[in-house]
Design a protein around this ligand. Structure first.
Ligand code: PEP
Ligand code: MN
Length: 338
């Protein structure tokens, strides 16, 4: 439930409501807005009727139910959009953030060449896979720790912050030492023990939507991260499984627009995995921006035909430069709270 304080509520009145919420068995999340303070009573085992009764407390304007099962990620609780800082790049801050790099880190030369090229074309963050979730156990699984070292080196040379996937709780702390942002891959979106672990680490999280996850399930996965103590979460739409087989996945841009209504978290689109087709990256990038995406995740390889993973959807270096030119400097569509 949400307790809306009146505009003139005093600090003492706010403190009183917070302590009543705790006494009733809930966690209290205080959000100071530009005009008023809103306090969320979050949890499942509290004494609800006593929270409703807070309508009568001094400084309280109203007590309302949060309409959705996700609470902390909801725009009902926080209308102001969250801005997530990744190595000083602000995602959700009104400027399009482009995260680019190879699907897998394959060698020092491949990563260095890609990193310098995407940097000079205007990418904001470098992404490369060290631990790869592959459908077949016989496919390239990533260079692991060696790739993490190469990513750090590329960051040193280019100044770009690093985004890379964490596949298991066991690797989480090590990956967090090398990376500026931790990606939860689509297949792990509902790996709740991994989410709980990542919630405790001091790194922002890029949470990909599961291939068969509904928007509600995706936002509830994000709720695990916020409830566990990590507010720095960026959602990533990477396409879902539908009956359509002409594209690798169906990039659900309606979900991008919808999530901007439902949640205050930034959302980025991944047209690379969302389509699986190089020719569709530019049009779907522009469509994602029109839908309100705060950023894009683009796979880039110096020689896609030799890529060890996801070559058909990777742009080559001139292709990425052209994409960046075509995007220009769009402003991000924000949505008024309903
Ligand atoms: C990737 O980002 O390279 C990847 C494996 O993505 P997803 O988890 O969306 O399939
Ligand atoms: Mn990939």
């Amino acid at each position: 439930m949400i307790v809306n304080m009146s505009q003139s509520a005093t600090d003492a009145e706010i403190d009183h409501v917070v302590s009543r919420i705790k006494e009733c068995g809930y966690q209290a999340h205080v959000i100071h807005g530009a005009e008023r303070t809103v306090i969320g009573a979050i949890g499942s085992n509290g004494r609800r009727s006593e929270i409703e009764a807070l309508k009568a407390a001094p400084g309280v304007e109203d007590v309302i139910e949060i309409a959705h099962p996700f609470k902390l990620v909801s725009r009902q609780l926080q209308q102001r959009y969250t801005v997530v800082d990744v190595a000083s790049v602000k995602i959700g801050g009104g400027e399009l953030v482009v995260i680019a790099g190879p699907c897998s880190v394959e060698s020092a030369e491949q990563l260095r060449e890609t990193a310098h090229a995407v940097k000079s074309s205007g990418a904001n963050l470098l992404r490369g896979g060290a631990y790869k979730p592959r459908t077949s156990p016989y496919d390239f699984q990533g260079l692991g720790i060696e790739a993490l070292r190469l990513l750090r080196q590329a960051s040193k040379e280019t100044g770009l912050g690093i985004v890379t996937e964490v596949m298991s709780e066991t690797d989480a702390e090590t990956v967090a030492e090398y990376a500026d942002m931790l990606q939860v891959g689509a297949r792990n979106m509902q790996n709740f023990s991994l989410l709980r672990k990542l919630a405790t680490l001091p790194r922002p999280i890029l949470l990909k939507r599961g291939p068969s996850a509904t928007v509600k399930e995706w936002l509830l996965a994000a709720e695990y991260l916020l409830a566990g103590g990590n507010p720095n979460v960026v959602l990533c739409e990477r396409g879902i499984k539908t009956f359509e087989t002409a594209t690798r996945n169906t990039l659900d841009l309606a979900a991008v627009a919808l999530v901007k209504e439902l949640s205050h978290l930034p959302v980025v689109a991944d047209p690379s995995h969302g389509t699986g087709m190089r020719s569709l990256i530019a049009p779907m990038s522009k469509a994602a921006v029109a839908a309100g995406a705060d950023g894009l995740l683009i796979e880039v390889h110096p020689c896609p035909e030799r890529a060890l993973s996801d070559g058909p959807q990777s742009l080559d270096l001139p292709g990425f430069a052209e994409l960046m030119k075509g995007l220009g400097k769009p402003s991000i569509r924000h949505v008024e709270a309903a």
